[in-house]
Design a protein around this ligand. Structure first.
Ligand SMILES: Cc1cc2nc3c(=O)[nH]c(=O)nc-3n(C[C@H](O)[C@H](O)[C@H](O)COP(=O)(O)OP(=O)(O)OC[C@H]3O[C@@H](n4cnc5c(N)ncnc54)[C@H](O)[C@@H]3O)c2cc1C
Length: 254
């Protein structure tokens, strides 16, 4: 089957695009490599999603996923490896096969930046975590280390200070203290766009070049959410992009 649109990534941006496209009467396939919900999934209390006086990332994204399925979007757990343009359609190659569509919405978000090779070697068998809220409780009364120098690192340190016996704070590439049993990494995020290098223009950090209209350098390929060049990466801006990208798809399909 050739879909009107294939959406890559089931975070807030991708799932919002699916809701809008289904309501516009389009056939939609959403492909997700991990868990639907994206990077907000482990956040326990979101305080800035309008209309909810506090909601967990898991509940919010489960609701949006259910809404998208109820409206008739097809959904598969597959990782997209490459996209090729052939005449008037796109072939999307995944770890489980191939799909075809008339247009594409990229909503692949970002992932945490990894430790340097030197620090990873230094960490050896010790646990490496990217989320103190998710894993901190496992290290009650034990020494841990936080790597990073930005606001996220400060937040992780504050959180862990109530749990661990000691929280070391080091920067990217510093040696990891010998007695720390777990390494919490907070050194920023990188866009999930490596597989798109030959399809659309990326900026020097790997973000997909696009403005508020969510149009990429390639006709028929649209982008929504944190993986595009933008100033504010938040849930509401990701959802807003989903709506804008879907309207651009509708206009493109004619
Ligand atoms: C710890 C934390 C707390 C936050 N708290 C808040 C908050 O309180 N309020 C707020 O507004 N914002 C918050 N944010 C920011 C917010 O989570 C993001 O702005 C938003 O989730 C971005 O949504 P997205 O859909 O663009 O991307 P993502 O949520 O990153 O979703 C992208 C999805 O694409 C999938 N994917 C990637 N590559 C592929 C591929 N090749 N094939 C298939 N699927 C793929 C990923 O698995 C992922 O599910 C927080 C972020 C973090 C990390």
């Amino acid at each position: 089957m050739k879909y009107d649109t294939i959406i890559i990534g089931a975070g807030i941006a991708g799932m919002t695009a699916a809701i809008y496209l289904k309501r516009a009467g389009k056939s939609v396939l959403v492909l997700e490599s991990k868990m639907q919900g994206g990077q907000i999934i482990n956040t326990i209390n979101i305080e800035n999603w309008p209309g909810a006086l506090g909601i967990s990332g898991a509940e919010l994204t489960e609701n949006i996923h259910a809404q998208m399925i109820k409206l008739g979007a097809d959904f598969e757990y597959e990782e997209v490896l490459s996209i090729n343009k052939t005449d008037d359609s796109f072939t999307v190659k995944t770890d489980d096969g191939e799909h075809s569509s008339k247009s594409i919405v990229i909503a692949t978000g970002t992932e945490p930046r990894k430790l340097s090779a030197k620090q990873e070697q230094d960490a050896g068998e010790r646990t490496i975590s990217y989320c103190a809220t998710c894993d901190g409780a496992l290290y009650k009364g034990k020494p841990v280390v936080v790597v990073g120098s930005g606001n996220t690192a400060k937040h992780e340190i504050k959180y862990l200070e109530n749990i661990a016996s000691k929280v070391y704070h080091i920067h990217h590439d510093d040696p990891i203290p010998k007695d720390a049993v777990a390494v919490f990494v907070a050194i920023g995020r990188i866009p999930n766009t490596k597989f798109l290098e030959n399809l659309v223009e990326l900026d020097s950090k790997g973000y997909i070049k696009a403005s508020e209209d969510c149009k990429t350098s390639r006709k028929g390929v649209f982008v929504a959410g944190d993986c595009r060049t933008k100033d504010i990466r938040q849930l509401v801006t990701a959802a807003g992009d989903g709506a804008i990208a879907s309207q651009a798809v509708v206009d493109y399909l004619g």
